[in-house]
Write a protein that binds this ligand. Sequence first.
Ligand code: PHE
Length: 354
Amino acid sequence: MDQLKSDWLGRIGAASDETTLEDLRVAALGKKGDISLRMRDLGGMSPEERQVAGPALNALKDEVTTAIAAKKAALGDAALDERLRAEWLDVTLPARHRRQGTIHPVSQVTEEVTAIFADMGFAVAEGPQIETDWYNFDALNIPGHHPARAEMDTFYTHRAPGDDRPPHVLRTHTSPVQIRYMEAHGAPTRVIAPGRVYRADYDQTHTPMFHQVEGLAIDRDISMANLKWVLESFFSAYFGTNVRTRFRASHFPFTEPSAEVDIQCSWEGGTVKVGEGNDWLEVLGSGMVHPKVLQAGGIDPSEWQGFAFGMGIDRIAMLKYGIPDLRAFFDSDLRWLRHYGFSALQMPAVHAGV
Ligand code: PHE
């Protein structure tokens, strides 16, 4: 009996995992286990024999049961220790950075516009937002007394007392970049100039700062037909659908003839859809560059001619992305951007992971 006991206790002590231990339990105490079978044999013994073997077997059974339970607990602790060691997590590490920012619709649309005109061979230029009177008005054939200067509700900068020079202006349109670009590059030329412009205006469709993109193409035989083709190609690419344009005779001091351009749209169902329906929406001013403007830019109008246009970027961003109020561009937060589907900027992660 002692041999049997040390045999079982030895095997239990040596069990290295819970499966081996369970196998031992079945082999010893299961229905057909060694100790169970021995207990069943008690029935065939003489009362004297049974009196000795019975208590001894019961004691053995208890000891083996206790040993298995103790070993099981020990193995469980070891398994937990091992997991704790393997799955250790350093909660003091800095959190992985999550990108929250999104590209602003106006920035995205400026990029889209630039890419489409680049495909048509237009370079990109920028000019200063604080302009001189000359570039913003005079060079564009807008003389001092011209109503356009008042109409545009221009923001003027202050001059020091006693300084009689005309004040600088926050440019009221991107057209001054026409002059700067002509001066710098001469003819022939093809360029667009996106950027910020300023007028004292504030309501649902006007903000004091907004964005325009200027277009200028000069060559020996550029015509209004080229202008129409370029604009229709642009709008179709930008809106991803065939867009018809309508030219309405208009007046700008810096173009002759001048036209305001509408794009085809529908208002059915209360939302505007570009490229279908029978309505028209004004999106830009345009025309053939006035000879005086070419001259101001240092280009000989007897040799060169060209078209120019100025388009509202915020306006076409609203149209493409269904944004109803211009002011939302300036006072909205990330939830608003996500609502219109502008997703987080794709930038390399700071923590690239290990
Ligand atoms: N500068 C004009 C405006 O801001 C638009 C325009 C640009 C018109 C070029 C004709 C040619 O309204």
